[in-house]
Design a binder for this molecule. Structure first.
Ligand SMILES: *Cc1c(COP(=O)(O)O)cnc(C)c1O
Length: 217
């Protein structure tokens, strides 16, 4: 028993400690849950609006902040929030911006699991799902209840390219937030934050890293 305790102590207070700083070309992988603070004042003085404030592993590490910053660069966005999967990122948008009796408009060729998630929000929480034809902007008929317009460019499976200009202009006129699933363009082939002569932009993009960026598909 005593021997076992010594062993545990030696693991925590090892005689040799590897230096914690290393400069490499590739950003190192940091995995963490609890973070060690220099002092209790460091702990209490931090603020969530500081993008680089390490507070807990899943809130961000040097690895995830670097990845998020680079994705924002590729997409031409201001800020990137990472989620565990593409569908989880879609879920973040739907859950953050939709409440009971809010209308969400989706293209008829929408990525299937997004529609499944929205149907669930409709059945469980009274969100209203409306379907439009992405190449016919007149089929998108926003009302005062409309909160969110989902776009895909190109659209899932059919690869139809939507009438983005008219759809986004109409959404802006009616105060409807625009979210574009940019997975097919990988953030490289299509610039959703500046896509026309008039420098039109959507409000949000979502991008599945499980596809092009990871070599997954
Ligand atoms: C695959 C895909 C997603 C979801 O990505 P996951 O990381 O697999 O959850 C979202 N949108 C489109 C268009 C996709 O093809």
């Amino acid at each position: 028993m005593k021997k076992h305790n010594d062993f545990q102590t030696r693991l925590i207070h090892a005689q040799r400690k590897a230096p914690q700083f290393i400069e490499t070309v590739q950003p190192p992988l940091f995995r963490a849950s609890t973070i060690i603070f220099k002092s209790t004042s460091h702990l209490f003085d931090r603020h969530w609006t500081d993008d680089y404030d390490y507070s807990y592993g899943t809130h961000g590490t040097p690895t995830t902040f670097t990845l998020g910053d680079n994705i924002a660069q590729i997409e031409g966005g201001l800020h990137c929030l990472l989620a565990p999967s593409g569908l989880s990122a879609i879920n973040v948008v739907n859950s953050a911006f939709l409440s009971t009796n809010d209308e969400v408009w989706v293209p008829d060729n929408i990525y299937g699991p997004n529609l499944e998630h929205l149907n669930h929000l409709q059945n469980q929480y009274g969100v209203i799902v409306k379907v439009y034809n992405p190449i016919d902007a007149s089929s998108f008929q926003p009302t005062e209840r409309s909160k969110l317009l989902w776009l895909e460019a190109a659209g899932s499976v059919t690869l139809e390219f939507p009438d983005l200009k008219n759809l986004v202009n109409k959404a802006k006129k009616h105060g409807v937030l625009t979210a574009l699933d940019n997975t097919w363009g990988a953030g490289l082939a299509f610039n959703a934050f500046n896509f026309s002569d008039e420098h039109l932009s959507v409000d949000l993009t979502v991008h599945a890293l499980t596809k092009y960026p990871s070599g997954g598909g």
